[in-house]
Design a protein around this ligand. Sequence first.
Ligand code: AMP
Length: 220
Amino acid sequence: MRLIFIGPPGSGKGTQAKLLGKRLGLLHFATGDVLRQAIEQDTPEGRLAKPYITAGRLVPDDVVNQIVSARFRSPNRPERFVLDGYPRTLAQAFAFDALLNEVGLDLTSVVLLQVDDDEIVRRLSDRWTCPALTCQATFQTNSKPPRIPGKCDVCQTPLHQRDDDKPETIRARLRVFHDLHDAILKHYAAQNRVVEIPGRGDIETIYENILRGLRQKVSA
Ligand code: AMP
């Protein structure tokens, strides 16, 4: 299985992509994680990416494409994967198509986790994030509370509410998401690879919906 996983901020995309990776034995490849790690290790890519990530802007396409390309051209390249956070622009989608073609791998599907904008605003207003740059774990007051109130389960850093989790900022981020991803989804829809999954319900329900959607798509 070779998947691209797409979902708006707050859709549960990261949680589901990790779960798919773990349960189906796919490499979960999240460019956000790779970039944060590069920053922590102070690599040349990390130094290039840092000002963009800190400002909440997209890292330039060539930097991200280079990171992905290096991984897929390495001797231990992933054969089965779920990509999370990439491609984020149409230029990245074209670069990734070309890369897969070059290394002789076929994309199975592009999973779109569908959640209404209003529901996203409601969820994110309720979201608490670990501020540690290398962690960034997220919690929901109602559906996924931390074990110790106010503290990160992973690294025990006090949690905070991100400025960009305010309703008006969330709406602006959703506009950016739709602007970027509508073009990407159109691109993959033309290849008949998109599977739309309703992102409502608890984690296991959504996970089952994803598996069902993928099975139907693959057997169609
Ligand atoms: P994420 O963890 O996916 O939310 O990514 C965190 C940050 O990393 C983003 O806000 C961007 O600055 C950067 N980033 C991650 N993936 C990409 C990508 N595919 N293209 C450009 N920037 C990215």
